[in-house]
Design a protein around this ligand. Structure first.
Ligand SMILES: Cc1cc2nc3c(=O)[nH]c(=O)nc-3n(C[C@H](O)[C@H](O)[C@H](O)COP(=O)(O)O)c2cc1C
Length: 195
């Protein structure tokens, strides 16, 4: 595989920001399909793919989301063309015969609540991260959010299902005038070690 060039690395990491304001420019259904078709290829343990995605685009959908949002996340989420609920299917393991056909991986999970919980959380979080990077790769901006009441989101969107919300991601074309200054990051020496 050829390493990506600087333009791609800047788009994915160095210049990409978490956005708080959104331009009045729509995101199409085709773009959401193109996004999912990249996200689904990201690796998950046993290919379990526990994440489920709700693309909230309509005023009705946004109205259902609004009561669950923290005060600081409300206005920007109402203005974002799309808000993605990154959820996890807590019965993801029932799909393993299809997704991981070369082993009986379903039995690793049945009856093991802690293994189910950690696998759903770890891998749906990874898939949410793939979503952020895939969106950037497609020229979109994102704003991830954990400031919301998960119980309220689950009641509004997932009542009677095995889905639970993990986090939210606003999606669209960011308004650069609403960005905070970039915060510092740890250096290699501060955050990493080679042993
Ligand atoms: C999982 C997750 C949850 C976050 N929750 C919130 C949130 O609730 N509200 C908010 O304004 N920003 C939230 N952020 C944004 C972070 O503060 C931001 O990504 C970080 O400061 C880095 O900013 P940068 O990407 O512009 O460098 C969240 C980010 C992530 C990845």
């Amino acid at each position: 595989m050829t390493p990506l060039d600087d333009l791609a690395l800047n788009t994915l990491f160095r210049d990409a920001r978490t956005h708080n304001g959104w331009l009045d420019k729509p995101v199409t259904t085709e773009q959401l399909h193109a996004l999912y078709d990249l996200v689904k290829m990201g690796p998950t343990s046993a290919n379990s793919s526990p994440a489920r995605f709700v693309f909230v685009t309509t005023p009705e959908g946004k109205a259902k989301l609004a009561p669950a949002l923290s005060a600081g996340n409300l206005e920007k989420t109402m203005k974002a063309p799309v808000t993605v609920i990154v959820a996890m299917d807590m019965t993801f393991y029932e799909h393993l015969p299809k997704l991981f056909p070369h082993a009986d991986a379903r039995v690793w999970f049945v009856g093991n609540e802690e293994m189910i919980r950690i696998t759903a959380l770890r891998n749906s979080s990874l898939q949410g991260a793939y979503l952020i990077l895939a969106a950037r790769a497609l020229g979109l901006d994102t704003g991830a959010m954990s400031g919301f009441d998960a119980k309220k989101v689950d009641e509004a969107f997932f009542a009677g299902t095995s889905f639970k919300s993990n986090f939210l991601v606003n999606l669209g074309y960011g308004d650069p005038s609403k960005l905070f200054l970039r915060s510092p990051r740890f250096s290699f020496e501060e955050a990493a070690q080679i042993v």
